[in-house]
Write a protein that binds this ligand. Structure first.
Ligand SMILES: Nc1ncnc2c1ncn2[C@@H]1O[C@H](COP(=O)(O)OP(=O)(O)OP(=O)(O)O)[C@@H](O)[C@H]1O
Ligand SMILES: [Mg+2]
Length: 258
């Protein structure tokens, strides 16, 4: 599957990414799109996931909620129609990309190229932390995402504070020298709002307040990134396959992170 994200000159692109399944990509993408739309912005979600979770969420979205344009990128029929099917209307200012599980390392460059922000949800479990450490290596070494541009933001998701797993996750994230831009609670608010095609920010109840407040740091970080103009460093060029092989060799994929 091709994973390059088309767009137009003034588009602000946010890619939600982590090949580890079930870490909260679609939850993050839909809640972010809902937040932006509810604040009066023109927003599209591009869904690369064959499960189509974001598109399903859009379908059940109430007619009176802020509009979000949906682009299903997972069922593109042929390359001839690809650019037409994936076109982002010129009126759209923000594009949120929901990516699939199991993205091969060699596709990370095209998926993240030209992104203003790359958001990575990570769950507090050993398996997820190990997968996240491999992803960071692939992003930096293979996709050549510039650490200096600071466009990668990690979000600790489904956390229960005061647990060993949470402390381990935060220790790992802090060791990466990559911004931890938010910590989201493990909360039924996300389940209930998703069932209604809404983000937690749009739910007609104050019970979501505690969770909504967790988004303030994410939104602040995003605002800064979205206003930072792209430079040539933000257009990542994939390595040739022999380079990928060489770079991948020293990484011991069976060994958990220190
Ligand atoms: N902060 C949270 N609190 C409670 N439940 C959550 C939270 N984040 C995600 N979930 C739940 O976890 C499950 C997986 O989330 P989600 O579908 O967003 O993950 P994903 O990374 O998109 O999965 P996939 O890799 O299969 O596309 C869903 O049932 C979702 O409702
Ligand atoms: Mg998903």
């Amino acid at each position: 599957m091709r994973l390059s994200v088309p767009g137009h000159k003034d588009l602000r692109k946010i890619v939600v990414l982590n090949p580890k399944g079930g870490c909260g990509k679609s939850t993050l993408a839909t809640n972010l799109a809902g937040y932006l739309a509810a604040h009066g912005n023109s927003v599209a979600i591009m869904d690369f996931d064959p499960q189509g979770s974001s598109m399903r969420w859009l379908k059940i979205r109430p007619g009176n909620s802020a509009p979000i344009h949906g682009i299903s990128a997972f069922d593109v029929r042929s390359s001839a129609t690809r650019s037409w099917q994936l076109r982002v209307p010129p009126s759209i200012k923000y594009l949120v990309v929901d990516s699939p599980a199991s993205v091969p390392a060699e596709n990370l460059a095209e998926l993240t190229s030209g992104a203003h922000a790359i958001l990575i949800p990570v769950l507090p479990s050993d398996i997820d932390v190990h997968a996240a450490s491999l992803l960071m290596k692939d992003l930096l070494l293979i996709a050549k995402v510039s650490r200096r541009m600071g466009r990668i933001g990690v979000i600790a998701n489904r956390v229960r504070e005061n647990t060993v797993a949470y402390r381990k996750l935060m220790r790992f994230l802090n060791s990466l020298a990559i911004s931890v831009v938010g910590v989201l609670r493990d909360s039924q608010s996300y389940v209930h709002s998703a069932e209604r095609g809404l983000s937690i920010h749009e739910m007609p109840t104050t019970r979501m307040k505690q969770d909504a407040e967790r988004w303030e740091s994410i939104i602040r970080w995003l605002e800064e990134k979205l206003e930072t103009p792209l430079t040539p460093r933000d257009f990542h060029r994939p390595e040739s396959s022999s380079d990928i092989l060489q770079l991948a060799m020293p990484i011991d994929r069976d060994k958990p992170p220190a």
